[in-house]
Design a protein around this ligand. Structure first.
Ligand code: TTP
Ligand code: MG
Length: 537
């Protein structure tokens, strides 16, 4: 077959695709997509990748054998020795991933679909496929029209995101029995079952089987599990025995190395097809190769990439996702038939924002930054973000911020819309902080008013007017003198200083409203927050 861009090659890295003839599937993908924007974009991306490969291989070629030995020694002494000391074997982490999640939910609701090759999505894009369809090479993130070429009898079912969310929430509550701090995203969960195991008599494998059985009995969905001493290893392990299976990695350095060494670099979460191709140009195919070529990695990669790849290859990672890490961000996205219709885009933006706000709600978090990601019909990707000066979590707030960012991009034809929130903190923390700062503000304001009332009055007299805030302060002070309100139980809005209430919810709502109103007035002032991020290769 003629040369094929990396992104056009059939991607076999998903459970259930092992028996597919890759060359045949690639030919169907190439033939069906020739001349499309997708095809052109993949060719553009390939050119950039080729350039990067040339740079990296040239750089690697400058190393002599002596250089490599010297760098290897340095890497071992300066990095690996201290990383090895950081290894934590004390926790038992389980990663659970539902099998063919969206498709399984559809099969539960329509059992007749079980025996058919079926995928969820549309002719333009599939979200996932059941294992029957995977035998034909049909998989997630594949356009439906290509899937129909690979498997003409494929049944394509439109997605029902609310249903998937409901089942996902149900699974999360079941899993809380084993770890009350379970981290659950749509169809995968991380649990630290170290404490739970102390209350059980069976082996680790028995307990994990029990967990999977519980999910199945309550939802009808099978899932696969990986068990290891850290989340990264557990996630890799889950994939090895999918569907409806589990893999346990013994918590010692030799077992971990034996488990990882023969695997493809692609098994490392975060290594995609571009990194895979870049590494293969350096003759790095397996995880073992990453370790043997650590001098080249050190010499050719950015320090962060070097660290990530080598630590992953050694199986070194934090035992569990720390709260702050897990709170880095949350996102939702939707792929659809390219459209420039504002009405359709608004609906999609609404549904993505709604899912995201319920994710925030489920974890009781709120966010500082909203980022919009769009993939245009020519497959170029744009991301735009805005950082607020206050925390948001409500559906309307996420929607309006994402929508404003989108409006700035018009006119545009879009095939994917995603919204991400970052700067996450627990809502309870924000409410406490806000309450404290409100209380401080109120008491300081009243002290200030007491001390400065005369001075302010003089200013009013001198200049004839005051800025609105100062004016309200002054006016309030006059009213205060007349009424003497209960300061301790009543809060004042620190923005307008006009609104006061002893009901903290009402006050908070008002403060949010006031800040947004103020932001609205200021929004004409250009800031850096809407800058376009350049896509990385
Ligand atoms: P995955 O767990 O990656 O896939 P899966 O559950 O369908 O199949 P597997 O048995 O291999 O775990 O993703 C979970 C759900 O997320 C999937 O059912 C649909 C959705 N999804 C997309 O919408 N687009 C995508 O590209 C992928 C990978 C998943
Ligand atoms: Mg899954």
């Amino acid at each position: 077959m003629e040369f094929v861009a990396t992104g056009l090659r059939f991607n076999p890295h998903k459970a259930g695709l092992g028996s597919v003839n890759e060359e045949e599937a690639t030919r169907v993908i190439v033939d069906t997509s020739k001349g499309t924007e997708f095809y052109k974009n993949e060719e553009r991306k390939e050119k950039l990748l080729e350039k990067r490969i040339t740079e990296v291989t040239e750089l690697a070629g400058t190393l002599t054998e002596q250089d490599k030995e010297r760098i290897e020694k340095l890497v071992d002494e300066q990095f690996i020795v201290s990383w090895e000391q950081e290894r934590d074997f004390s926790r038992v982490i389980v990663h659970l991933d539902m099998d063919a999640f969206f498709a399984s939910v559809e099969e539960i609701d329509q059992p007749s679909l079980k025996s058919l090759p079926m995928a969820v999505g549309s002719t333009s894009m599939l979200s996932t496929a059941n294992y029957e369809a995977r035998k034909y090479g049909v998989r997630s993130a594949m356009p439906g029209f290509i899937a129909l070429k690979l498997c003409p009898q494929l049944v394509i079912v439109p997605p029902r995101f609310h249903r998937y969310c409901a089942i996902s929430n149900q699974i999360a509550s079941l899993l809380r029995e084993f770890d009350s701090h379970v981290h659950m995203s749509m169809d995968e969960a991380y649990m630290d079952i170290t404490e739970y195991l102390k209350t059980q008599s069976g082996t680790i494998d028995d307990v994990v089987s029990k967990i999977r059985q519980k999910v199945f009995e309550n939802t009808g969905i099978t899932c696969s599990a990986g068990v290891a001493c850290n989340t990264m290893l557990a996630k890799i392990a889950t994939d090895l025995n999918k569907p409806n299976g589990q893999t346990f990695v013994q918590p010692d350095t030799i077992s971990i190395r034996n488990f990882l060494n023969p695997l493809s670099v692609r098994k490392i979460p975060g290594v995609g097809r571009v990194t895979e191709k870049l590494l293969s140009s350096l003759n790095i195919i397996s995880i073992q190769d990453l370790i043997s070529n650590r001098s080249i990695l050190f010499h050719c990669m950015k320090r962060k990439t070097f660290k990530f790849l080598l630590q992953s290859a050694l199986g070194i990672a934090p035992a569990f996702i720390s709260d702050s890490e897990s709170r880095k961000g949350m996102s939702r996205e939707r792929t659809f038939k390219p459209t420039s219709s504002l009405e359709e885009l608004r609906k999609i933006c609404e549904s993505v924002s709604e899912l995201l706000s319920s994710d925030l709600e489920a974890e009781d978090l709120c966010a500082k930054t909203v980022t919009l990601k769009i993939k245009c019909s020519d497959f170029s990707i744009r991301t735009r973000g805005v950082t607020k000066c206050f925390f948001i979590y409500r559906y309307e707030q996420i929607l309006e911020n994402a929508w404003k960012l989108l409006l700035k991009e018009l006119p545009v034809e879009i095939r994917l819309l995603g919204v991400r929130v970052n700067g996450l903190v627990p809502r309870s923390e924000v409410l406490t902080q806000r309450k404290n700062s409100l209380e401080n503000f109120v008491s300081n304001t009243l002290k200030y008013k007491e001390n400065n009332a005369d001075l302010m009055y003089e200013k009013v007299k001198d200049f004839g007017s005051l800025a609105p805030t100062a004016w309200s302060l002054f006016r309030e002070n006059r009213q205060q003198n007349e009424k003497e309100p209960e300061i301790s139980s009543t809060g004042v809005c620190p923005v307008c200083l006009n609104f006061r209430s002893s009901n903290s919810c009402l006050l908070e709502k008002h403060v949010n409203f006031c800040i947004e109103r103020q932001e609205h007035a200021l929004k004409k002032i250009p800031t850096n927050s809407g800058k376009l991020k350049k896509p990385r290769i």
